[in-house]
Design a protein around this ligand. Structure first.
Ligand SMILES: [Zn+2]
Length: 328
């Protein structure tokens, strides 16, 4: 197994979002990657600029951030040959490492736009080093910029930032200094290609919590009515659990629930409804043990929802949301 530390730079429509091509909102103009062996030693590098075919002029932000101009890119090869070489270079047994969640999605979106066969595994698990950094040194939720992490780790700033190859250099340097024994298992799943059938749905046991990624549903109502989506089981023993607080909408696209395992105590469920890139919605559900604080938090949120709902009923008697209908 090799690690592929990957960073991409992309451009967007210079005339703004209203004029963009929705099939390729971000056009990749640079691929940088470093191949590391299992001991995190560098064994090879890949770096190439890409001649854009969709947005010929740079968006002012792209120009500001990555300092690439049209003249330089005009001499580069186009995306298709570059990405074919890149995928071949990655090899079969590659584990992608990125700083953040965007690169693999945009890589695949660009590949789909140019009708390049996607050889990446499905589901695609990868190492979001930015998340692991947060799990290791922070609260596990906040996200550091690459520059801040470089400073915190006292890595000498010998290169520029925001160029694909320099950013992969820094990402690899950070990775070498991190102890991944504990947090390395918390891999992320890329959501560009999603399960389309029930058989393809993803269940992953991370030890401290369970994660489930559903297939794509036509809409929110269909997703929330699905029994696998609403089911709860104990992350430790898989025993059936008693419902304590049924799924309720906690605002936005978040739903919460509380249940009790006869052996292991209280567990909490969290559902995030997400828009699928190709239309429709999918569900990411996590189930983990609940401590006192999170039990209180869930009960308080539930109360707040009840109160809000009462107020709403006074104003609009017919108001009814999908959250009301959801049964556990
Ligand atoms: Zn249990």
């Amino acid at each position: 197994m090799n690690y592929i530390v990957l960073d991409l730079e992309w451009n967007q429509c210079p005339q703004g979002k209203s004029r963009e091509n929705p099939r390729i909102p971000f056009e990749i103009v640079e691929i940088g990657a470093i191949k590391l062996n299992e001991k995190k030693e560098e064994i090879d590098t890949f770096h190439e600029l890409i001649h854009p075919l969709v947005y010929h002029r740079m968006h002012f932000r792209t120009r500001e951030v990555i300092h690439l101009d049209e003249k330089v890119l005009a001499r580069a090869r186009t995306f298709s040959p570059v990405v074919r070489d890149f995928l071949a270079w990655c090899g079969e047994d590659a584990k992608f490492v990125t700083w953040g969640t965007l690169d693999l999605t945009e890589l695949q979106r660009n590949m789909a736009y140019y009708r390049i066969k996607n050889p990446l595994p499905m589901p695609l698990f990868y190492c979001d080093l930015q998340k692991m950094y947060s799990l290791l040194y922070d609260d596990g939720k906040s996200r550091r910029s690459l520059e801040d992490a470089v400073d915190e780790m006292q890595i000498p700033r010998t290169r520029a930032f925001h160029r694909a190859f320099d950013d992969t250099y820094y990402t690899a340097e950070i990775m070498r200094r991190m102890d991944l024994t504990e947090v390395g298992r918390y891999e992320s799943m890329d959501y560009y290609r999603l399960p389309q059938t029930k058989e393809q749905e993803v269940f992953r046991d991370f030890g401290t919590y369970l994660k489930y990624v559903s297939r794509v549903f036509p809409d929110k109502e269909a997703a929330l009515a699905d029994r696998t989506v609403s089911s709860m089981r104990c992350p430790k023993c898989s025993l059936p659990v008693f419902r304590r607080v049924r799924w309720f909408s906690a605002g936005g696209s978040i739903y919460l629930a509380l249940a009790q395992c006869p052996r292991h105590g209280l567990i909490k469920g969290k559902i995030r409804l997400k828009k699928a890139p190709g239309g429709g919605v999918f569900v990411v559900k996590t189930i983990k043990e609940a401590d006192e604080a999170s039990v209180e938090m869930i009960k308080e949120k539930k109360e707040a929802v009840k109160i809000r709902r009462k107020e709403r009923r006074h104003r609009r008697p017919s108001g009814r949301s999908a959250g009301d209908r959801m049964e556990g």
